[in-house]
Design a protein around this ligand. Structure first.
Ligand code: PGA
Length: 250
């Protein structure tokens, strides 16, 4: 497979600056020379601290969200310009916690995707179905619509800076992981959708991460699947003891 494995840690709303610095230092040390692509995404207030530690290493710096506008009267929001100013290279958009707890919808996410790409950030676009949608046989349809709408008017050259993360909502933070077969089936479907929207080359090249209770004991079986190119890791990314074994799977 020509696609490089991409392992990302989403720290969510955890850690103080001192704790973030400690973890970032451990990761820099322990992932030195490791072969996959890596990212950490700390909370906004921690980014500058972590930026100083991961700069020039093999760990990219990410943010977990951003505003749909460049600047202006948007109380409580953080802009793409501010993220770039402190060294952010990647932004996670459309995470299920944003979609379901903070009611972010596809057209808003699409606006953010465009703004991030315009400013040269890599985007990790998250998609995934709820348990009731899976049980109703709608998993593919839900992911397809999140992709079609989230990527609306994104050009083929811009797509090269987009990573998709398939995160079934029922698997996030629950300890329940999709089986490698079920995850791979959705990944294959997503690839088909990208092929239809763009080209077979785009479908072949796009990185599709799996997320939802990825741990050191299930990462290998998931990554062995043809269409799974990496992981977006929440809970297990909060300690080097749990993240490094995932990051260094072989
Ligand atoms: P989890 O979170 O690994 O804790 O399930 C994954 C995510 O939300 O990105």
């Amino acid at each position: 497979m020509s696609r490089q494995y991409y392992i990302a840690g989403n720290w969510k709303m955890h850690k103080t600056r001192a704790e973030a610095a400690a973890l970032a230092n451990e990761l820099v040390e322990q992932l030195k020379g490791a072969s996959h692509k890596y990212l950490v995404a700390p909370s906004f207030t921690l980014i500058e601290t972590v930026a100083g530690i991961v700069k020039g290493t093999n760990i990219r710096l990410g943010a977990q969200n951003m505003a749909p506008e460049e600047q202006g009267a948007h109380t409580g929001e953080v802009s793409v310009l501010q993220l770039k100013d402190i060294g952010v290279e990647t932004v996670i958009l459309g995470h299920s916690e944003r979609r379901h707890n903070y009611l972010e919808y596809d057209s808003l996410i699409n606006k953010k995707v465009h703004l991030a790409l315009k400013h040269g950030l890599e985007v990790i676009l998250c998609v995934g179905e709820l348990l009731e949608e899976r049980e109703a046989g709608q998993a593919e349809k839900v992911c397809e619509s999140q992709i079609v709408n989230g990527l609306e008017d994104v050009s083929a050259p811009e797509l090269a800076n987009v990573v998709i993360a398939y995160e079934p909502v029922w698997a996030i933070g629950t300890g329940k992981t999709a089986t490698p077969e079920d995850a791979d089936a959705i990944h294959a479907y997503i690839r088909k959708v990208i092929g239809r929207l763009y080209s077979s080359t785009a479908a072949e090249n796009i990185i599709i991460q799996y997320g939802g209770s990825v741990k050191s004991d299930n990462v290998k079986a998931l990554m062995a699947k043809e269409n799974i190119d990496g992981a977006l890791v929440g809970g297990a990314s909060l300690k080097s003891e749990t993240f490094v074994p995932i990051a260094k799977f072989s």
